[in-house]
Design a protein around this ligand. Structure first.
Ligand code: NAI
Ligand code: BUO
Length: 238
């Protein structure tokens, strides 16, 4: 097990849900946190919550599907906090609907955010990790990326692409001492899942964002000689 205190993490989609919960869990371990997301108001709220921990924080608003915007957000976070040790590619969107119901614009937008967002953000962070011969990249896919459903064509295609990207990158960069992990959670009780009518969020029955954050902290503490290649966390009492 390694101590992660003093490391620096960059989290996309950090203004709410899984991103916010992971920011709080990592800060509790002494990790400095760079928060990236679309809504500066939400990022400021999370930054305020992080004040109760003895860590440095920085925020930068950017749409991960805009390569220039996310590249300059990464630069800005790096300028304030220093080298990034941990990247959590978490930002994502979803819309469910039948194949013909979803418009080409919705399809393209889901693919742009969920796939290109991971690609652009990782491109901005990876070279420094390779140079430093250290780093953790965690990509949030979904059970929907492992198995299609009748209304999930765009979302499942995007999350399957994340699995392909992530597993390939893991094979490529482990020789540089960089760990890439693919997480495939089932429904997590966040605004996204409630908006999709997947859950009422009942904490007795449905996985909470804090549960996934706990797994992320635990995997980061694993001895650097091993990497959690992929993991599925499921609700146990649905
Ligand atoms: N909630 C669930 O049941 C599950 C969620 N996931 C994935 O986990 C990740 C986080 O999801 P939740 O926390 O549930 O969602 P959420 O909707 O509650 O939070 C997502 C965050 O990402 C941000 N975001 C969205 N598009 C963005 C963009 N283009 N650029 C920058 N930030 C952007 C949003 O503003 C929001 O703060 C997503 O990738 C999602 O697909 C995976 C499995 C299950
Ligand atoms: C939204 C999502 O990815 C699931 C699996 O519920």
């Amino acid at each position: 097990m390694q101590n992660i205190s003093g490391k620096t993490a960059l989290i996309t989609g950090a203004g709410r849900g899984i991103g916010r919960a992971t920011a709080l869990a990592l800060a509790a371990e002494g990790v400095n946190i760079g928060l990236v997301g679309r809504s500066i108001e939400n990022l400021k709220k999370v930054q305020e919550e992080l004040k109760s921990y003895d860590v440095k924080t920085a925020i930068a608003a950017a749409d991960v599907s805009d390569m220039e915007a996310i590249t300059s957000a990464v630069e800005s976070i790096r300028g304030e906090l220093g080298a990034i040790d941990i990247l959590l590619n978490n930002a994502g969107i979803s819309k469910f609907g039948s194949f013909m119901e979803l418009t080409p614009e919705e399809w393209t937008n889901i693919l742009n955010v969920n796939v290109n967002g991971v690609y652009y953000t990782t491109r901005a962070v990876l070279p420094e990790m390779v140079e430093r011969k250290t780093g953790d990249i965690i990509n949030i896919s979904s059970t929907a990326g492992q198995k299609g459903g009748p209304v999930t064509s765009a979302y499942s295609a995007s999350k399957a692409a994340v699995i392909g990207l992530s597993e390939s990158l893991m094979m490529e960069v482990r020789k540089h001492n960089i760990r890439v992990t693919t997480l495939t959670p089932s429904t997590v009780a966040t605004d996204m899942a409630v908006e999709l009518n997947l859950t009422d969020g009942n904490p007795e029955k449905v996985m909470q964002a804090e549960d996934l954050a706990e797994l992320i902290v635990a995997q980061l503490k694993l001895n650097p000689r091993v990497v959690l290649k992929n993991a599925g966390l499921w609700s146990n009492n649905p």
